[in-house]
Design a protein around this ligand. Structure first.
Ligand code: FAS
Ligand code: PHB
Length: 390
């Protein structure tokens, strides 16, 4: 088989790039390890930066998002017995975020690929990049039980944190930076009316909680739990009781509870791999970086990688200009690290750290007091949350 761009990974990063390249006549193939059902069953991100929403529209996949998604101009932080609102619209110069689940946008991207005859292969086994440092790289894999070689101009590693691409970069080339947090997030999805029209991030002495949503009939909630907890330790009733304990009384009192239709625990880590290029292979999205979801930057950091890669590929194929490809890693990492900083700051400010000394606990409280005493501080938070410029 032969293509111009071979993309390993059929999550939002790989699919978005495939769709954008296809629209410009650049041939590509997506190799996905799992079934489509498995990919679409994963419940992940919920908040899209306006830059991501624009990319979905440019990929001709934004119609359902614009119809079913919700524009949010702010969110709340519950702390020290009060609820303070972060006015994103006011403090970001008129920007906002789009609340639309990753599951749905991934479905939209798959459907666009199908509609346009895109080549997306599922149940792909043993994908392996080869000869990345030559002008003739290729990928081998097993498709429907048959060993296949795909010759290409470029390989995109969009295969997430546990993928093969990053691990194919020699250890003497790759630099990895990681921080693991001493807790996880237990999340549930329930067919209930969201407790609040806007998100509520709660800092509480019992631990962090988050009230989010997917629609007006589908709620998404999280509570911070110890790393030793297992999903089976938590009945729905225990979850709802603990969530309410961590929220202001009037919020807990009006909460509509119901059976969980999805329940999972995600560990929290900050991770960056440098460089995001190795010869003719480029890393994008979770393959190169991971953030704790506190700042809603995970999927959104993937978007800027894809934006840069897309324009670099256009410049190469349409103008014979490789400047974008040569600058990709540095340019993507510059924005990735700013998202890392913001996600780390939100995580450090809002979670209970079991081993925090009294001084650090006081600093956490002062961090939020200062935030809501300063319009400039709220401006900094807002510009990061709606998305720094690509
Ligand atoms: P993905 O991991 O989504 O996709 C990579 C794809 O590559 C997968 O489908 C995988 O099956 C495939 N793959 C892996 N190895 C392969 C191989 N060898 N061959 C072929 N295919 C292979 N972000 C937020 O903003 N908010 C959240 O609340 C949030 N919650 C999250 C919860 C969890 C449990 C996880 C893991 C992540 C969460 N994220 C969240 C981050 C998440 O949204 C990612 O940023 C987003 O999925 C990134 O998309 P991709 O880069 O496409 O990676
Ligand atoms: C979600 O809705 O899943 C969500 C929203 C905001 C976050 C993290 C997760 O910061």
């Amino acid at each position: 088989m032969k293509t111009q761009v071979c993309i390993i990974g059929g999550g939002p990063s790989g699919l978005m790039l495939a769709q954008l390249l296809h629209l410009k006549g650049i041939d590509n193939i997506v190799l996905e390890r799992q079934t489509r059902e498995y990919v679409l069953a994963r419940i992940r991100a919920g908040v899209l930066e306006h830059g991501f929403a624009d990319l979905m529209r440019e990929a001709q996949c934004g119609e359902r998002m614009d119809r079913e998604g919700e524009i949010h101009d702010g969110f709340y932080i519950a702390h020290a017995g009060k609820m303070d609102r972060v006015d994103l619209h006011k403090y970001s110069g008129g920007n906002s975020v789009m609340v639309y689940g990753q599951t749905e946008l991934t479905r939209d991207l798959y459907e666009a690929r199908d509609r346009m005859g895109g080549k997306v292969y599922h149940n792909v086994e043993d994908a392996q990049p080869h000869d990345m440092k030559t002008d003739t790289p290729y990928v081998t894999c097993t498709l429907d039980g048959e060993k296949v070689r795909i010759d290409c101009d470029y390989i995109i590693g969009a295969d997430g944190f546990h993928g093969v691409s990053r691990k194919s970069i020699p250890s003497d080339v790759l630099r990895e930076y990681e921080r693991v947090y001493p807790f996880g997030w237990l999340g549930i999805l329930s067919r209930t009316k969201p407790v609040s029209p806007e998100l509520i991030y709660a800092k509480h002495e019992r631990g962090f909680a988050l009230c989010s949503l997917r629609s007006q009939v589908l709620s998404r909630y999280y509570i911070q739990v110890p790393l030793t907890d297992k999903v089976e330790d938590w009945s729905d009733e225990a979850f709802w009781d603990e969530l309410k304990r961590r929220l202001p009384a009037e919020v807990g009192a009006r909460m509509e509870t119901g059976p969980s239709i999805e329940k999972s625990i995600a560990p929290l880590r900050s991770f960056v791999a440098e460089p995001m290029r190795y010869g003719r292979m480029f890393l994008a999205g979770d393959a190169a970086h991971i953030v704790p979801p506190t700042g809603a930057r995970g999927l959104n950091s993937a978007a800027s990688d894809i934006y840069y890669l897309y324009h670099a590929m256009l410049d190469h194929y349409l103008n014979g200009d490789d400047t974008g490809l040569d600058n990709y890693s540095d340019k993507a990492l510059a924005r990735v690290w700013k998202a890392q900083r913001f996600s780390w700051w939100m995580t450090m400010a809002l979670h209970k750290f079991p081993d925090n000394i009294a001084y650090d606990q006081k600093l956490q409280e002062i961090e939020l007091e200062y935030l809501f005493s300063s319009e400039r501080a709220q401006g900094s938070l807002a510009e990061n949350y709606v998305g720094l410029p690509f």
